[in-house]
Design a protein around this ligand. Structure first.
Ligand SMILES: O=C(O)C1=C[C@@H](OP(=O)(O)O)[C@@H](O)[C@H](O)C1
Ligand SMILES: C=C(OP(=O)(O)O)C(=O)O
Length: 448
């Protein structure tokens, strides 16, 4: 999906409590990986609860272009007939990854050590994002890349024949880069080692092990050292995709900021590499509780109960927590506007290379709604105005960024005047049922 349709301006207004249960869709990170690893296994992988957002649908189409069969059985049930490690066919058209950084970077890794050539593109947002962070380590395998200036898409990748394994320390906290190198290492004979100084989401490691790859993870002074034996035969799996904590963040934060609310968001994974937002909200004094704590598929899971919180304080978010909540800073900065005092977010420069520059997008939108912010390259500070104190009334630019769009819709549920966004279309990339789900809870969110 290289373009979007007409912009969809939207408005959210305060008024009325949000109540009931919010069943959020499947995890986006795990959905992408289910399709890609399914395509690299031999035989049929069955997936239930797949996120049917545009990002994941684009990855499914890409896997078909590389020769896998991807079948939609309805109601979130999909199957993938994989072609095996090293079995990708050369696509006969350009691979369009739409809005998805995860999709394009993981797929580049997955094809980088097969002797085939593929050209990748995306929408205006994705074509502005840096790909050098992936093509630099892929070059160590012998993979060649030809992109636009600054390592931007559209880009052609020429896969390496007979790739040698690599040892690579990821220079920034990025699960996408780590995963791209691991996926490339699958078709390199010998041991590929990836080292990350800060732990990032570990779905690739867990799922590779689940598919039968020989992989070990060691915590050392150097960091997390992941060692993968190349050229395994991956075994097809039956996967139940858990609900996405990054999507859960929106009804949870909406419940916290909308007067009188009591919202239950059931079945959310609390994998420590993903759950930083919920810890942060509790530290701020938000009325957020974990009910029915349990284990599912080896992961901690809980039902999250979020109630209107009128006594939150701004805090310093520890920078070492950033990777575990990287996609949640936009909506955290909304909650911070309703706290008293400053919320200081340091170590967040990765936000500048997401679907938009998320520090800039949130700063400008919050200012348009009467909130004072401060920023530097790596820091974002929101000056809270307390419950009832946030004016609202602005129109916020979403820059083809789903999380910016949803964050400002949450803001409007607690402000004095309505909050507008110029385009809610990108919400469909990760949370296609967002509007219906929020309205069912009682949120006043409308298309203009
Ligand atoms: O690996 C993944 O599934 C993701 C990794 C993160 O990106 P980075 O690797 O760029 O931090 C995150 O922002 C993205 O939404 C999903
Ligand atoms: C950053 C995100 O996704 P991606 O990098 O896959 O586009 C996100 O979903 O917030």
């Amino acid at each position: 999906m290289s373009g979007h349709g007409d912009p969809i301006p939207m408005t959210s207004r305060a008024g009325g409590a949000l109540t009931g249960e919010a069943h959020v869709p499947g995890d986006k990170s795990i959905s992408h990986r289910s399709l890609i690893l399914g395509a690299m296994a031999v035989g049929e992988t069955k997936v239930s609860g797949l996120l049917e957002g545009q990002d994941v649908l684009d990855t499914g189409r890409a896997m078909q272009a590389f020769g896998a069969e991807v079948i939609n059985h309805g109601s979130g049930n999909w199957s993938v007939h994989g072609v095996g490690v090293g079995g990708f066919a050369e696509p006969d058209h350009v691979i369009d990854c739409g809005n998805s950084g995860t999709g394009v970077r993981l797929i580049m890794g997955a094809m980088a050590t097969s002797p085939i050539t593929a050209t990748f593109t995306g929408d205006t947002s994705l074509n502005g994002r840096p790909m050098g962070r992936v093509t630099d380590p892929l070059a160590l395998f012998g993979t060649q890349s030809y992109g636009r200036k600054g390592g931007r898409l559209p880009m052609t990748i020429v896969g390496a024949a007979n790739a040698a394994p690599v040892r690579y320390t990821v220079p920034m906290p990025s699960a996408q880069v780590k995963s791209a190198v691991l996926l490339a290492g699958l078709n390199a004979a010998g041991e590929t080692v990836v080292i990350e100084k800060e732990a990032t989401r570990d779905h690739s490691e867990r799922m590779l092990a689940g598919f039968g790859a020989n992989l070990s993870v060691d915590d050392t002074k150097e960091g997390r050292v992941i060692t993968l034996q190349g050229q395994p035969e991956l075994k097809p799996q039956t996967i139940t995709v858990p609900r996405d904590p990054s999507s859960a963040a929106f009804p949870v934060c909406a419940g916290i900021v909308a007067q009188g609310s009591d919202v239950l968001v059931p079945g959310i994974g609390l994998n420590p590499t993903r759950a930083g937002l919920f810890t942060t909200l509790q530290e701020m004094g938000a009325d957020l509780t974990f009910e029915n704590m349990r284990e599912e598929g080896g992961e901690p899971v809980a039902d999250l109960r979020a109630k209107f919180s009128d006594n939150m304080k701004g805090i310093e978010v520890p920078p070492e927590r950033a990777a575990s909540m990287i996609d949640e800073y936009p909506v955290l900065s909304v909650v911070a506007a309703f706290a008293t005092g400053k919320t200081v977010m340091r170590g967040v420069k990765e936000l500048r290379v997401k679907e938009s520059d998320r520090i800039d997008a949130m700063a400008r939108g919050l200012e348009a709604c009467g909130v004072t912010v401060e920023e530097d390259e790596d820091t974002f500070i929101v000056h809270g105005m307390g419950v009832g104190g946030v004016p609202g009334g602005g129109t916020c630019a979403t820059h083809l960024d789903h999380r910016i769009a949803m964050s400002f819709m949450v803001l409007g549920l607690g402000t004095q005047k309505p909050v507008h966004i110029d385009d809610g279309g990108p919400i469909a990339t990760s949370f296609p049922i967002f509007e219906d789900l929020m309205r069912d809870l009682g949120a006043n969110i409308t298309r203009d």
